[in-house]
Design a binder for this molecule. Structure first.
Ligand code: MOS
Length: 750
């Protein structure tokens, strides 16, 4: 299918080009402001006091010493907290899982360690922080349960399913019997670690009380619509009483999908005091909400001696909080990835005394694909197959979980190009057979997969008499390059120079759009922007045809070419008229359009849409010391049309680095005796640093997809999926030791 951006000519001048970020200069010069940086007259500062216990209740909380500090405005605790909505559903944001969302300072009950128990509001941040250290708390402590392994026996099938999260498919064939009678069997348990998102920008909210009594809220969120509706619901405000902005995000990775407690507390204090308030969380408080919770996974594969799968079982038990049934897709991927006649997939939850886990980059897929792709490597070894050949042998052209073909799937080509770039054909199959001096060398590979989604979204475009175009909607650019790709799409659709287009995002005054998540933003907002601009193109064309002596008088819209700020006739560029002249001649001040984009129902009926990747990794391991370096990664991505190879590559690079973190570094350590994440800082929670990152090569495989008119499938998440398995498989190849529990640290290697 041909994708046309300009109404007639299909001329893509900017789409497909490696355009640098249009928001780059604002971000590197400090012009870009973040939620905790907006100022207001008479701004007060709130500092959160966090619970020292994980479970129990507050017997006594004494804020007298804090309140006595000069410059302290108020200390809010559960004892004097102003009333907010009593209905749990008013706190359920757009992406909330089933359950009763956490409400800060609602009662004396403690449900997780680090839970906010007081807000100390002061004239300045330092004073508030000092006074917060003076709040005295007596607790009645109960024994917390935070060990997913110990609790896995108490797992349950969540009664309410989370919207947008597919439960495991019904089993097909007879996996148990087929496994028992298979000639080759692989059966093992796989574990990751709890991981926390740590975007550069910690969570922060600035609530500005306007003179007319309305609120302007700057919130660290991946989509302002979610904050807006949450605030209006929780505080019983009319929609027009709240405006939410978040033009820039210092990283999200899913941590900014749901409104968090600092927003609630800032709003609570601002409304109560009638004064603007900012609440910024500290780095260690970033461990007090949302995380990628560990799952206990078992994968059982049965195969014939040639490596053809005869049975596939994948079971996962994942931790959630006591108050919400957080759910993600962990096991389904195994059924989507491979052709097998006997498949059984199960997923259940177990309650822990932790905050509710949340979406963290490729939620569920990172976890589940690590297990299935390590198991597939074990099967390759057990059957003496090359890991790529094994995957080709079990390749599927359709999604067996729903009996639908894929809209597109160029995974075979990704395997081919990735293997070629990596030099996979030089791999010696035997573990411990490749060396570089004193280092063992391991080459491993894995497949990655993520669902390609689109959400209902709108966008507005305004073309001014000066020929400048403004487009935008409420969604957030979470660092992925959304400003840039929307600018490219708009410029191409109306044939404008790039610098004539301004894209605005992250403001509830703009056109409706959902949070930026799920890798759906390019498809959703991109299509909406294109449609709004096309609407303007049609309006301009109509006006042009009606002009005196119009060169377009007898031309059909299909033959009009929008280029260089003009409408020209295809094949006869001398015939044309500038957009500015059209508006001037017709006395038009501006042309405006708002367009809606929604998933294509016919497409969704007929096809399932996924992105895929083939990841090849090299590790070098010092044999004596066990020191491991991931020296090379090649990732070949099949994700439909690439709007901007530069921002696209950056997304994949970031995903791979995060995957290296997941494989080798990241681990939030719970002390189960006190139910607390102990390494709640970036000194002890390790993420890859520059010295950990070596060669990374990203390939985009040609793939034509028709799920949306842009042909895009999303890139924010596919980059991380499967990376940990590729690395753990490389570690096995290097050492002969199979490590099924991430992160792979030195103690596990030696
Ligand atoms: Mo993503 S985890 O949907 O921000």
């Amino acid at each position: 299918m041909t994708v046309q951006f300009s109404p007639a000519a299909g001329r893509d001048r900017f789409v497909g080009q490696a355009i640098s970020r249009v928001d780059g200069p604002a971000k590197v010069t400090g012009l870009a402001k973040y939620a905790g940086e907006f100022a207001a007259p008479d701004l007060a500062y709130g500092v959160v006091v966090s619970s020292a216990i994980a479970k129990g209740r507050i017997k006594r909380i004494d804020a007298a010493a804090a309140e006595a500090v000069p410059g302290i405005v108020k200390v809010i605790t559960h004892e004097n907290r102003p009333a907010t909505s009593q209905k749990p559903e008013d706190y359920q944001d757009a992406v909330a899982p089933p359950g009763a969302p956490f409400q800060a300072l609602a009662s004396d009950r403690i449900v997780y360690s680090g839970q906010p128990i007081a807000l100390v509001v002061g004239e300045d941040f330092e004073t508030a922080r000092y006074a917060a250290s003076l709040v005295r708390v007596e607790y009645e402590t109960a024994a917390p349960l935070t060990d997913v392994t110990a609790q896995s026996g108490a797992s349950y099938d969540p009664p309410m399913k989370r919207a947008g999260i597919k439960p495991p498919p019904e089993p097909w064939g007879d996996a148990a019997h087929a496994f028992d009678t298979s000639e080759i069997r692989v059966n093992a348990q796989y574990r990751m670690a709890d991981e926390h998102h740590n975007p550069m920008e910690p969570h922060a909210s600035t609530v500005v009380v306007e003179k007319d009594g309305t609120y302007t809220v700057y919130d660290k969120i991946q989509g302002v619509s979610n904050t807006h509706d949450y605030i209006a619901g929780a505080f019983g405000l009319k929609p027009e009483q709240v405006r939410v902005l978040n033009p820039y995000l210092g990283g999200g990775f899913g941590s900014g999908l749901r409104p968090q407690y600092q927003l609630f507390l800032a709003m609570l204090a601002a409304k109560d005091l009638g004064r603007s308030v900012r609440v910024t969380l500290t780095r260690d408080q970033m461990w007090s909400f949302t995380y990628r919770s560990e799952a206990i996974q078992t994968v059982a594969l049965g195969a014939d001696p040639s490596g053809k799968l005869t049975a596939l079982k994948h079971d996962a038990v994942q931790g959630t909080s006591t108050y919400e049934d957080y759910q993600e897709v962990i096991v389904n991927w195994s059924g989507v990835l491979y052709d097998c006649d006997n498949v059984a997939l199960t997923y259940s939850l177990t309650k822990l005394d932790t905050p509710t886990p949340g979406d963290m980059r490729a939620p569920g897929a990172v976890t589940g694909v690590f297990a299935i792709e390590t198991a597939m490597d074990e099967l390759a070894h057990a059957t003496g197959q090359d890991p790529v050949q094994l995957r080709l042998k079990n390749y599927t052209e359709g999604d067996q979980t729903e009996d639908k073909p894929f809209g597109s799937k160029e995974l075979k080509e990704a395997f081919r190009q990735g293997a070629e770039r990596f030099g996979w054909d030089k791999r010696q199959p035997e573990p411990r057979s490749m060396r570089d001096g004193r280092e063992l060398v391991g080459w491993g590979m894995a497949t990655g997969i993520w669902e390609s989604m689109m959400m209902q979204s709108s966008a507005r475009a305004v073309l001014g008499a000066d020929g400048r175009l403004e487009v935008g909607n409420q969604t957030g650019d979470i660092g992925t390059g959304t400003y840039t790709i929307l600018t490219q799409i708009a410029a191409d659709t109306l044939g404008l120079p790039l610098d004539h287009v301004t894209t605005k995002l992250g403001d509830t005054k703009l056109a409706q759009a959902p949070v930026a998540g799920g890798s759906w933003t390019a498809a959703s907002s991109g299509t909406a922007v294109m449609k709004a601009c096309r609407d303007i193109a049609e309006q301009a064309f109509k006006l042009a045809r009606g002009m005196d002596n119009s060169p377009l008088a007898n031309v059909d819209f299909e033959r009009a070419v929008f280029t260089g700020g003009r409408i020209e006739v295809a094949g006869d560029p001398s015939k044309g008229v500038a957009l500015t002249d059209i508006l001037k001649a017709t006395g038009t001040e501006r042309l405006e359009a708002t367009a809606e984009a929604a998933p294509d129902k016919d497409f969704e009926e007929a096809y399932n849409a996924y992105t895929h990747s083939a990841i090849f990794a090299e590790v070098k391991i010092d044999e004596e010391l066990g020191v491991l370096r991931c020296t090379r990664v090649v990732s070949a991505i099949a994700a439909g049309r690439i709007l901007n190879p530069k921002t696209a590559r950056s997304q994949i690079l970031g995903g791979i680095v995060m995957g290296i973190g997941s494989a080798l570094h990241e681990e939030s350590m719970l002390d189960h005796r006190i139910g607390r994440f102990m390494n709640h800082n970036l000194g002890e929670y390790h993420v890859p640093v520059h010295a950990d990152i070596h060669d990374i090569d990203v390939i985009f495989v040609d793939e034509e997809d028709k799920a949306n008119p842009l042909g895009v499938k999303g890139l924010g998440e596919i980059g991380i999926v499967g990376v940990a398995a590729a690395i753990s498989n490389a570690v096995f190849h290097a050492t002969g030791k199979r490590i099924r529990h991430l992160p792979i640290t030195i103690d596990k290697i030696v």
